[in-house]
Design a binder for this molecule. Structure first.
Ligand code: ZN
Length: 232
């Protein structure tokens, strides 16, 4: 069920359901994909899973913590502190409504972003606010069986471009190249765009809508396994 279109009376009947919250980012995704790609894909996957089982799909959190893309045009990052506080407040809001089991599913897999979600998840568990909480990103669902041609595909490459071509073909524009970031080892740099001008990590050239459809179905299936496990 899609939470945002439920009425008060409908919501009341769902008491105690498992809640799945999609997370994303407003972030450059190369010259060809929308800034909201991560949340758009995560929400589509969550909605598809929610159609197959009795969970509540919450509306997505569109903003996330972006580090390596924050100087690129269009990236609007928030701090880990804000993401932790926002997540904490939203989860406590659900707990007040009788929901205690959660899946936080992120289409954005930045290290500080994911660490922030995990930190607040650990705190909520320790404080006995939540009964169960699962935290994962779309990258956690990728394995060899998915059939990606690109070995090191992570941002605006084969997977995300194929998925977006399948879900919203008219939102995919222009030419994109195969590229990868070239940041110096360990050294933090200010001018991040200099080391990663394209903002692409992977190969969007081998993407197509047919692959997108196949990837989408498999990712929903993998998400379903996690949901069913948590419902036990
Ligand atoms: Zn992305």
């Amino acid at each position: 069920m899609r939470l945002e279109i439920l009425t008060m009376s409908e919501f009341e009947k769902t008491k105690g359901r498992l809640i799945i919250i999609p997370f994303g980012s407003i972030e450059e995704h190369g010259p060809h994909l929308p800034l909201g790609t991560d949340a758009i894909i995560a929400y589509e996957l969550v909605l598809a899973a929610a159609q197959k089982t009795d969970i509540l799909a919450a509306p997505p959190i569109y903003y996330g913590v972006c580090r390596s893309t924050k100087e690129h045009p269009g990236t609007i990052t928030i701090s880990g502190r804000v993401l932790r506080n926002l997540t904490r407040d939203i989860i406590k809001g659900f707990v007040r409504q009788g929901c205690t089991r959660f899946i936080l599913f992120s289409g954005h897999a930045g290290s500080i972003h994911m660490a922030s979600l995990k930190e607040v998840g650990e705190e909520l568990l320790e404080e006995n606010v939540v009964e169960k909480i699962v935290i994962l990103s779309i990258l956690d669902l990728i394995d060899e069986k998915l059939g990606l041609e690109t070995k090191n595909d992570s941002h605006a490459g084969e997977l995300e471009t194929s998925l977006m071509q399948y879900l919203h073909l008219n939102w995919v524009k222009g030419e994109a190249i195969e590229d990868y970031p070239h940041f110096p080892s360990f050294l933090l740099v200010k001018n991040k765009r200099k080391y990663w001008p394209s903002g692409i990590w992977g190969n969007p050239k081998v993407a197509n809508p047919t692959k997108g459809k196949k990837f989408f179905a498999q990712l929903v299936q993998k998400l379903m396994v996690i949901i069913e496990k948590l419902k036990e």
